[in-house]
Write a protein that binds this ligand. Structure first.
Ligand code: PMP
Length: 400
């Protein structure tokens, strides 16, 4: 057989996608699966966004779009950055792509040379690591321990940066922990990054609107304007507006970086689907009140999940202030055996046995670089969450 590219070595299907696939296969066998593995809002896309896409299709908005995004969408994004983040980006400092994921891909591919390092506060969303490795970079982890609520320490960050560092990736609210970064912590991170002028900084703000307990979101370029010419502010409509399938992500950043990212895009996608762009304009320019209502609903679910999990001896769950994940510690379960005789040596063993013996789909902490933990997504109904937590409790209590 003809061979494959060396750059793919070590890059696999993401653990959460693998778990979702396995759960789907078990469902097809007729089992009732409780799915807590997928990072996707269960709310519908707002009706006005759907209608804008339909109108665009009927109105003939079906030709190639400008590669960097339609001017009307870039204007909506410009207004969003001003409204929500007090960030003033010119239109040629904005790029639209097929999801925040493609923004991240474009940025890394346009900048990384083999041997460069990418610093990832850990645990981290797995795609940062795989995309960086595709580009030939090495990953440098900076542990953000559970004991400090998964916060990034500025001193630890400082110690991780070397002359080879190309990127620091910040993601607060965080996937998988839900951790948020206070303005004071962000100022300390900014002070460190001001010293390291050779490093680009990506802030993935995709969970910006999913914050709880009156937490005030902030983003790096706003907190420290002197960093703005090295910061790529990444966002999208997937999570806040429940538009994962539309594939619209965007960023604001320095003009030269945006230009090379746009070149990357020119040789891969030629820009994004015109109808999805019309829907994204409507989402960004339409009513924003429902964001708060949905966040209140997520907060209720978070409280239920955290309290049910903490009732289980052997599971320790922090209370995150953002995103829609919890990341409980299951150290006490490691080394035990399930009723069906499965050995729990790792968090991967734990989640696989939980799926096979109790039909609850979650994701192992190993996928995010910090073990032994597992990730639960609470972007699902309260009823599903109660049932899922009940089954997790039975499973953990059955371990010997
Ligand atoms: N960043 C993070 C932290 C995510 O969790 C996700 C979705 N799982 C993305 C980016 C991807 O977002 P999009 O759908 O816009 O590609």
């Amino acid at each position: 057989m003809p061979g494959f590219a060396d750059r793919l070595n070590g890059i696999g299907i993401s653990a959460s996608a693998a778990m979702t696939d396995k759960a789907t296969a078990l469902k097809a066998e007729g089992l009732k699966i409780i799915s807590l593995s997928s990072g996707e809002p269960d709310f519908p896309t707002p009706e006005h966004a759907v209608e804008a896409a339909v109108d665009a299709a009927r109105g003939g908005d079906t030709k190639y779009p400008p590669q960097a995004g339609k001017p009307a969408l870039k204007k909506a994004i410009q207004a969003k950055f001003l409204r929500d983040n007090s960030l003033d980006y010119a239109l040629d400092e904005i790029l639209v792509a097929n999801g925040a994921k493609q923004i991240i891909y474009d940025a890394m591919m346009a900048t990384i040379n083999p041997g460069d390092e990418v610093v990832l506060p850990t645990p981290y969303w797995i795609s940062y690591a795989d995309i960086a490795r595709l580009g030939g970079a090495e990953i440098v982890q900076v542990p953000c321990p559970a004991a400090s609520n998964f916060r990034l320490s500025a001193a630890d960050l400082d110690a991780a940066i070397t002359p080879r560092t190309k990127w620091l990736v910040l993601n607060f609210p965080n996937n998988p922990t839900g951790a948020c970064c206070s303005r004071k912590d962000m100022e300390e991170i900014a002070a460190v990054m001001l010293k390291h002028e050779h490093v680009w900084i990506m802030t993935d703000d995709i969970y910006e609107h999913l914050v709880y307990d009156d937490f005030n979101f902030c983003t790096l370029a706003e907190v420290e304007p002197r960093l703005k010419d090295r910061v790529l502010t990444v966002n999208g409509v997937s999570k806040a507006y429940a538009m994962t399938g539309w594939r619209v992500g965007f960023c604001g950043g320095p003009r030269d970086l945006i230009a090379v990212m746009n070149n990357m895009q020119g040789q891969s996608t030629s820009g994004i689907n015109t109808l999805a762009q019309a829907a994204a304009i409507a989402a960004l320019e339409g009513p924003q009140d429902f964001l708060r209502e949905r966040a209140a609903e997520y907060q209720t679910r978070r409280d239920i999940v955290v309290s049910l999990l903490n009732e289980i001896p052997g599971v320790e769950c922090h209370t995150p202030q953002g995103a829609f994940y919890v990341y409980p510690d299951i150290s006490a379960c490691i080394g035990k055996v399930t009723p069906e005789g499965r050995q729990i040596k790792t968090d991967a063993d734990f989640v696989m046995a939980l799926l096979e013996e109790k039909q609850v789909a979650t994701v192992q902490g190993a996928a995010y670089g910090m073990s032994p933990f597992f990730r639960i997504s609470y972007a699902t109904s309260v009823e599903t969450l109660r049932e899922g937590c009940q089954r997790i409790a039975e499973f953990v209590q059955s371990l010997k």
